[in-house]
Design a protein around this ligand. Structure first.
Ligand SMILES: Nc1ncnc2c1ncn2[C@@H]1O[C@H](COP(=O)(O)OP(=O)(O)O)[C@@H](O)[C@H]1O
Ligand SMILES: [Mg+2]
Length: 422
């Protein structure tokens, strides 16, 4: 029925009601670009629950910055979801540096030093290997030799040549004599990429790196060992803040314990009100055909939508639910129960609907939390418990210390007290 309603669409044009936070962050970034000394960076995190609007918010911020900050802004965006490792994110940062520098070099009036693109290509090439023959590394540098001699940006190249005795100054004949293996582990690669970003900055570019979904780099939290692994990966990744760039980090509230004292600059996105959820949907109506628009002017439908908005309380969950119910003609108070069952049957085929509703009901409030023991008791056994965790019906309140659990926002609506304040 809907033509284009996509619950995961983060087109900034759709953003409503975050003006204050947005102006503040855009202002902060532009101020940094204008007054920053070029040696230090600005790190800013955007924190909030799943689906509250972190991604769409940062997209709007980036769009504003791009339009206010002239041509020479390089914007690097990496979605950490499922990347699994810090290395993989760095490799994508490097690739995107190449793309951005290439694009910016092509814009008339932009003065991007010729050697910068070659430098970025070296960074991207190195990022692809975790151990490589020194000779290969050297040959790789030689391939770029011509362009690198155009000079200007030395930070990455001096890092590579001091760390690994590879460099453009050696002649090809010498490569034959070089033996051994260099290991560019994640931490060295992190420093190499930071050096590349520094080269971009000293070349006069303004650089923003957005790391989205940092909490989903690897979301295994069940054992202490898994959490420790995730912590090391994320902390390593956040080492990028050593680079003189604007580093924006989107992270879910339950994960924000990983942000250190050194990363206190943040925007906390609070839930939207039910009336905002209605506005957000209205904005999307502009892309729908006349039939859908007319359906949403119908008073009965509007009343049902209003009741649903009050129960849901989260933008992402709201869009999923409203789309699902409307498309099956189930958006009405009288058909709500049926709608809930159909929703679970459709999206959560692996879990038993009765288990879900039992679990939902042990929470005294949709947004409340309970102990792991109480949750396990409600599940009945560890199998059901791990199903609830795997399918993200529940999640820990604090990723780093999973002793209390909360319902995922998608399931708040199923709670008997949903829509009743506290
Ligand atoms: N303030 C808002 N205005 C309009 N749409 C929003 C807003 N906040 C969230 N949304 C919508 O809700 C969905 C989830 O938002 P998203 O930015 O992906 O959340 P997060 O990144 O926090 O998980 C997206 O489709 C987005 O368009
Ligand atoms: Mg997101």
């Amino acid at each position: 029925m809907f033509l284009s309603l996509d619950p995961t669409d983060t087109n900034p044009w759709l953003l409503i009601n975050r003006d204050e936070e947005r102006k503040a962050l855009v202002g902060r970034i532009l101020h940094h670009f204008v007054t920053g000394d070029g040696r230090r960076g600005l790190t800013w995190s955007v924190v909030g629950d799943k689906g509250v609007g972190k991604s769409i918010f940062t997209q709007a911020v980036l769009r504003d910055v791009r339009s206010a900050a002239n041509l020479e802004t390089a914007i690097i965006q990496v979605d950490c979801r499922g990347k699994g490792s810090w290395r993989a994110v760095l490799a994508e940062v490097a690739d995107q540096c190449v793309v951005e520098i290439d694009a910016l070099s092509g814009i008339p009036g932009n003065v991007v030093p010729k050697g910068l693109l070659a430098t970025a290509r070296v960074g991207a090439a190195f990022a692809r290997f975790d151990g490589l023959e020194l000779r290969d590394a050297h040959e790789r540098l030689l391939q770029f030799k011509g362009a690198l001699e155009l000079g200007g940006n030395r930070s990455l190249l001096s890092f590579l040549s001091s760390g690994f005795q590879v460099g453009v100054q050696r002649e090809k004949s010498h490569t034959q004599a070089i033996e051994g293996r260099i290991v560019l582990d994640a931490s060295r690669l992190g420093r190499a990429i930071a050096a590349l970003l520094r080269d971009m900055r000293t070349s006069g570019l303004r650089v923003i790196v957005l790391l989205d979904n940092v909490d989903e780099l690897d979301h295994r939290y069940r054992t202490e060992g898994e959490r420790e692994h995730v912590r090391q990966e994320v902390e390593g990744l956040l080492g990028l803040r050593e680079a003189p760039v604007v580093l924006l980090v989107n992270v879910r509230t339950y994960f924000n314990g990983v942000l250190t004292r050194a990363m206190m600059d943040r925007t906390l996105l609070r839930p939207l009100r039910p009336s905002d959820l209605q506005t957000l949907l209205q904005r999307r109506m502009e892309f729908e055909d006349a039939t859908v628009q007319a359906a949403f002017r119908d008073p009965t439908m509007l009343a049902a939508a209003q009741a649903l908005a009050a129960r849901v309380g989260n933008p992402l969950a709201w869009l999923y639910w409203v789309k699902f119910l409307v498309e099956r003609d189930l958006l009405s108070e009288s058909r709500f129960e049926e709608g809930c069952h159909r929703f679970l049957d459709t999206y959560f085929t692996q879990v038993n609907a009765d288990d879900v509703s039992r679990v939902v009901r042990v929470f005294t409030h949709p947004e409340g939390d309970i102990s792991r023991e109480d949750l396990l008791a409600a599940c009945g056994n560890t199998y059901v418990m791990s199903q609830m965790e795997d399918h993200q019906v529940v999640e820990p309140r604090d990723f780093w210390n999973p002793v209390r659990y909360q319902l995922d926002p998608l399931f708040h609506v199923l709670h008997p007290r949903a829509g009743h304040s506290t």
